[in-house]
Design a protein around this ligand. Sequence first.
Ligand code: ATP
Length: 516
Amino acid sequence: MAQEDVFKKLVSHCKEYGYVFPSSEIYDGLSAVYDYGQYGVELKNNIKKYWWDSMVLLHGNIVGLDSAIFMHPTIWKASGHVDAFNDPLIDNKDSKKRYRADVLIEEHLAKYEDKINKEIEKAAKRFGDAFDEQQFRETNPRVLENQKKMDQLQERFAKAMNDVNLEELRQIIIDNEIVCPISGTRNWTEVRQFNLMFSTEMGSTAEGASKVFLRPETAQGIFVNFLNVQKTGRMKLPFGIAQIGKAFRNEIVARQFIFRMREFEQMEMQFFVQPGTELDWFAKWKEIRMKWHQSLGFGADNYRFHDHTKLAHYANAATDIEYRFPFGFKEVEGIHSRTDFDLSQHQKYSGKKIQYFDPEMGESYVPYVIETSIGVDRMFLQVISASYTEEILTKEEGSSDSRVVLKLPSVLAPVKLAVLPLVKKDGLPEIAENIVKELRFKFNCQYDDKDSIGRRYRRQDAIGTPYCITIDHQTLEDETVTIRYRDSMEQERVKIGQLTDIIDEKVNISTLLKKL
Ligand code: ATP
């Protein structure tokens, strides 16, 4: 099945099974805003807990924070967001569709990469074990030709972005004959800058309302609380502050479901270090964060780093962790070495000294910062994309010969187990209810006695419940039940008294944290 079709199915699955709904749906929706349903909110909470515990529980030198969404407007002046949090936008005059000029060029660059990868794949098949990828890359004329074009374009693009040269961006689009995907034409407008921050008024107009912004990132809340946390927590460098919270961006083009939203959630951690040590810490955090993603078991091949060639003026290193979504490799998390830019700017604009006294060096300085910044919603999409599976069944289980199953990591699954009496009589429902009463203190459980057992299994597969416990007549005799495993569909007979331990071992977040 084409990847676009898989993606469409996944989006409708999310809606049909209570994971994600379009916002304000009965009013025809609100563009690029979504609501999380009864299972979505559980999955989202589990993702957040996995991130939070991996940061705050596992690191003695990382503490949490929950700062407000509204902040003093000068903060956004100091951070550079008022003047420079812009995207270059361009319209196609025929389709009237709006695009980010930089994204159009990046997509064009990705086409060269695809061409190269296809050549490599073909050659690898042809040469088998004798294939030497590096040698092929260095000698194959088609690969060299595409690589050269890609490098030239990349260089020109990076320069235009660094110089904020909007005319040049347009010229790159024209020169590379980039067309609008809708109209297929090259009838482009000029490129203009568009500020992504939402603003609103605080206070009534009578008392002189002031313009405030909805934060476009949570990081600034951490920077402006640096001294508060450092002093009250008696924190010594290096240390980090972690925060999870909503952020808002008036994205020009918001497509691809929850990948790019106008209201979304971020999990950010700012790690404060001694100047001069930041690049070592940057390398360490790259490794730690990649491990966090890969511990979920979605396959190492589905991740890659994308190191930035265009660095923001305040950064001295930056990379993205990209995941292979059904629509290609895309950013899930950014890791940035932000130097002392943010703290120095707040020092300048607030007039307050924001420094750390280093007892070992015997001097005060503005710390350097490594930031790890991941979108909860993009992480959610990663988990759902990796888990969504359609299977043709060879085994006789229930009536249907195919199933849709969300193979979610058990630790993240919204419902951990379903308890199902085989029939609605002979005391089986009562036993099932008692099991739920016992287990619900530890796990999110569901009781279900409607329809055939096969249909009930399918329902649980579709929402990703890793374990189904079935109560049958043998239970009455020997207090055993069957436990059915979602992915293998295998069943095992166990004592009721063993259930807590068996399930806890599999769904406890500490099993995941121990892998880190
Ligand atoms: P992009 O290039 O995709 O616009 P970005 O580089 O602007 O992303 P950052 O400012 O580094 O993103 O934000 C950190 C993380 O926040 C991103 O890696 C992403 O997971 C998430 N994020 C950013 N913008 C959005 C959005 N509009 N919707 C959902 N998540 C987002």
